[in-house]
Design a binder for this molecule. Structure first.
Ligand code: FAD
Length: 454
């Protein structure tokens, strides 16, 4: 068996994991990032908007590593910008292909070692301390040792293997649906936006009760902007009819622009509910069955949405979208009330600002704005799994109730959390103390210094 020794080992290379790895490495730690696929950046490569970077009021609440990634995209003409959707949220749009390159470029620049195509399959825990991880790939079994381990697996695999308690789903075990995201190109954005202007009732515009403009005024603003960031609601006649006729199975259809001219869109609409999102078999069945929904959604768009008549199917996102699995119990448990209230805390190490956003089966979908269009703080304790002294976590597995999770799971917030734990690992190394014992105020000061928002 091969042995590898690092200061920090980050497991999982999604939005949270790449940020944790970059943040630890840029602060002097020797970092290994282990990822079971070859997709470094996770859903940053899906074409979906990066949510949670700005509040509903348009204030940036994530900086640091996110800024570095966006500047990297901008240099390569792959940054489309921050866009207010006139429904409720600000989103950040990039070219996913450019972002995929920039993620690798930044990992290289900061000296992160990566182990793609490698899965962590076991942990050795001794007295509440991880002694080592066991990882496997095609040719090797690898024993990894590190001072600090960071669980960014989305599913909380490492914490789960360590026996940390967790929660999953609602009271009835319901999980948010899985989605196969797809892309279209050859869209005529002017015609599409003119359609939204003629029929704003379809587009969820002004869903936030604090928006004082009419849907038509908001549609006009989007038309003038020229970028088709559109959200078709299941309450509008267009989608309602399609759902009733059985042409679509969804609570919404979101268009997300991936090119500056608005001609390339990523579509978020398909749904598979009621499956075990951790089972390989169920994931496989879902991947196959959602191909039919992708086909009918594409045909629906082409046949019913002006501006999309000449659209060409441009393939699917690199991976199946899983919204919700384990929520690992940590030293602090963030609640939906705290998120809704935009609660500020002195031990906050990342900020969340995305709406409460629980997708359900069929047309069920809970969306709720944060109070005063503000942001809430994520305490360091949410990133500290219970009972394992050298393990931290970030991303969609953090310690929160289901409602809080529905907001904190978005990519901008995952990047911010990753940055915090990566830096904590590096400071722990510097000071010769466990990362979770790093003084929160010191961590906050250092986060500010590297451009993060706390
Ligand atoms: C359909 C869909 C639409 C969404 N829409 C948006 C949106 O519009 N905007 C937004 O901001 N967010 C959106 N989200 C949420 C967001 O994309 C995710 O919650 C977020 O990207 C999670 O990031 P993460 O790093 O925590 O986890 P992940 O991206 O899941 O990364 C975890 C990584 O860990 C790896 N891994 C897992 N287990 C192991 C192991 N044992 N060993 C090695 N590697 C392992 C996985 O391969 C994966 O790459 C959406 C999610 C879905 C599913």
């Amino acid at each position: 068996m091969k042995e590898m020794r690092y200061d920090t080992c980050v497991v999982g290379g999604g939005a949270a994991g790449i940020s944790a790895a970059i943040s630890a490495a840029k602060n002097g730690a020797r970092v290994l990032l282990v990822e079971s696929t070859s997709v470094l950046g996770g859903d940053l490569l899906s074409g979906l908007p990066i949510d949670g970077c700005l509040t509903t009021a348009g204030e940036w609440i994530v900086g640091g590593v996110l800024t570095e990634l966006l500047e990297g995209c901008e240099k390569l003409d792959g940054y489309i910008g921050a866009i207010y959707d006139r429904r409720n949220i600000w989103v950040v749009m990039v070219s996913p292909a450019v972002m995929g390159y920039v993620v690798l470029q930044k990992l290289a620049e900061h000296g992160v070692d990566i182990l793609p195509y490698t899965q962590v399959t076991d942990v050795k825990v001794e007295g509440g301390h991880i002694a080592s991880l066991l990882a496997k790939n095609k040719t090797e079994q690898i024993l990894i040792t590190a001072d600090t381990y960071i669980d960014c697996t989305g599913d909380g695999d490492i914490s789960y293997m360590c026996g940390v308690p967790y929660e999953m789903g609602g009271a009835d075990g319901e999980l948010q649906p899985m989605t196969m995201v797809f892309h279209i190109r050859g869209v005529d954005p002017k015609r599409l936006l003119a359609f939204a202007l003629e029929h704003p009732e379809n587009c969820g515009l002004g869903e936030n009760p604090n928006i004082k403009k009419t849907p038509r005024e908001l549609a006009q603003e989007l038309y003038d902007l020229g970028i088709p960031k559109l959200f078709f609601s299941s309450k509008g006649p267009l989608l309602k009819g399609a759902i009733e006729r059985g042409e679509l199975n969804t609570s919404m259809l979101a268009f997300n622009p991936n090119a500056k001219d608005g001609s390339v869109l990523t579509v978020n609409t398909t749904r598979q509910s009621g499956k075990d999102c951790l089972s390989g078999e169920a994931l496989g069945e879902t991947m196959l069955s959602l191909t039919e929904q992708v086909k009918s959604a594409f045909l629906f768009i082409k046949n019913n949405i002006p501006g999309c008549e000449k659209a060409v199917f441009d393939g699917i996102a690199p991976r199946l979208g899983v919204r919700e699995t384990r929520r690992i119990k940590g030293e602090y448990y963030l609640t939906g009330e705290e998120v809704a209230e935009g609660t500020k805390r002195t031990d906050g190490v990342a900020k969340g600002g995305h709406e409460i956003d629980v997708h359900g089966a069929g047309t069920n979908h809970i969306r709720k704005t944060i109070k005063d269009a503000g942001a809430y703080d994520i305490p360091f304790g949410c990133l500290l799994p219970l009972g394992v002294d050298n393990l931290l976590m970030a991303g969609r597995c953090i310690s929160a109730d289901r409602v809080a999770h529905s907001s904190a799971r978005v990519m901008g917030t995952c990047i911010a959390m990753g940055e915090a734990v990566g830096l904590a690992a590096a400071i722990g190394k510097e000071m010769g103390i466990p990362a979770r014992k790093v003084d929160v105020q010191t961590l906050r000061e250092r986060l500010k210094k590297q451009g993060a928002k706390v």
